[in-house]
Design a binder for this molecule. Structure first.
Ligand SMILES: Cc1cc2nc3c(=O)[nH]c(=O)nc-3n(C[C@H](O)[C@H](O)[C@H](O)COP(=O)(O)OP(=O)(O)OC[C@H]3O[C@@H](n4cnc5c(N)ncnc54)[C@H](O)[C@@H]3O)c2cc1C
Length: 396
């Protein structure tokens, strides 16, 4: 079975040190919206060679067969998981903003874009010169994102005219590059396939809201996108071919979102466990440390069980990808369902274990608890994961 190597552990130590030194002191200001996460994301990219790596990987023109599935690189998967774990340990909101720009927007364009689109739009996002957003959800289309989608793209001249709106989009208030899904409405057919379009901030008719006021993940700005007669050329249709709708590409993103949450969950759970062990060993009540009470021990033991399960799911995912396979959608949904629920439970128990202190901003678990709840909603709710699993089981 896959496990982190000595080298991975060394990198983990370095990322932890970076996150504690660079990210930790800025979390409060990011939480209040006084500091945006983007400059620090770029610093992270420079300090760990992420920008150089992306430049090296995507600067080469794509050749035939590049899009085909090959065996993954377990080292690369382990290192990106370590990055997400260690960042989420300190600030899940920062990790979300980072993941939405590079993982959702940048990688979706890199995976399904034409070679020209990869160079022109994906590369600047992957090298963090630009910030990306991925816009699927609409006010009336959340869990049923495809079926209820109202945003349209109508052919006009040599391009399209886009109208509609998106909501709850991570990075939307500040993103430079916005990958937006819309229904293609052609006068000659009743079929309304969903396509993705690559938009730039500043295009006439494109507006974004200010950051929405939300429960947690405050370090990641969330907002709306409004499209009123936005004219785009054919060069902005992702993949460049009308007969190839983006549904499969978007499903790949859903799959990726589900599995990419696992390391974030692991980071949050590990941090809760570490902080709670330290607290249980020092906080005294009734003349003894609270760690001596069996009810507290039970909480710690359950956090440990969640940690082990999430870690095993992460290792399984890395192993499967390395073998050139990937989890089925039901397996990916099962991972997300388990990890998101377990993480929310662990954070709630961490607050409980620390009593009044756990409820105070000064103690890190308070933010982790607010942030963890999003994991059960974003990337498909718990209920949607259950429906996906049940459909696969029943063949419906
Ligand atoms: C902080 C944050 C960041 C986000 N970032 C992005 C982003 O970057 N890009 C993006 O496109 N979207 C993003 N989202 C949107 C997110 O993916 C949606 O909120 C999510 O998919 C749920 O959609 P909804 O909010 O419309 O809820 P609804 O779909 O309205 O669901 C309401 C309730 O009904 C339940 N439900 C729905 N269908 C069923 C069913 N068939 N059976 C049983 N129960 C059901 C749901 O589980 C939920 O409990 C973000 C959301 C948040 C909160």
């Amino acid at each position: 079975m896959f496990e982190f190597s000595e080298e991975h552990r060394m990198v983990q130590k370095m990322v932890r040190q970076w996150a504690e030194k660079e990210l930790g002191p800025k979390v409060r200001a990011m939480e209040k919206g006084e500091v945006l996460p983007y400059e620090l994301m770029r610093k992270l990219g420079r300090d760990f060679g992420i920008i150089e790596m992306a430049r090296g990987q995507f600067s080469k023109p794509r050749t035939e067969g590049d899009g085909e599935r090959k065996g993954g690189n377990p080292d690369q998967a382990a290192l990106s998981s370590i990055l997400a774990m260690e960042l989420a340990r300190v600030c899940p909101g920062f990790t979300l903003a980072f993941g939405a720009s590079l993982g959702l927007c940048g990688k979706a364009i890199a995976a399904k874009g034409t070679p020209e689109q990869v160079q022109r739009f994906a590369l600047p996002v992957l090298t963090m010169e630009k910030i990306g957003a991925w816009g699927m959800t609409e006010p009336g289309a959340g869990s049923d994102a495809f079926g209820s989608m109202k945003t349209t793209a109508r052919p006009e001249g040599d391009g399209y005219l886009l109208n509609g709106s998106k909501t709850f989009i991570t990075n939307a208030p500040f993103a430079d590059t916005l990958l937006v899904y819309a229904r293609l409405v052609r006068p000659d057919t009743d079929s309304r396939p969903v396509h993705a379009f690559i938009l730039d901030r500043g295009m006439p008719g494109l507006e974004t809201s200010k950051p929405m006021d939300k429960m947690g993940m405050h370090a990641s700005p969330t907002g709306e996108i409004f499209l009123a007669d936005v004219r785009v050329g054919r060069d902005r249709l992702l993949g460049g071919i009308e007969d190839k709708p983006s549904r499969d590409g978007a499903k790949d993103v859903f799959h990726g979102e589900r599995t990419s949450m696992i390391p974030m969950c692991l980071g949050i759970v590990e941090r809760c466990l570490d902080d709670c062990i330290a607290y249980a060993k020092t906080r005294e009540q009734w003349g003894k440390t609270i760690g001596e009470f069996q009810l507290i021990q039970e909480k710690l033991a359950r956090m440990f069980v969640a940690r082990e399960n999430i870690k095993n799911l992460l290792f399984k995912t890395i192993e499967v990808e390395a073998a050139g396979r990937r989890l089925s959608m039901a397996e990916a949904s099962a991972c997300k369902l388990y990890c998101a629920r377990a993480t929310t439970e662990v954070t709630l128990e961490a607050v409980q274990l620390m009593g009044g202190n756990g409820y105070m901003r000064e103690y890190h678990v308070e933010m982790l608890m607010r942030d963890a709840k999003l994991l059960q909603i974003g990337g498909g709710t718990d209920e949607v994961q259950i429906v996906t699993i049940a459909r696969a089981l029943l063949g419906s």
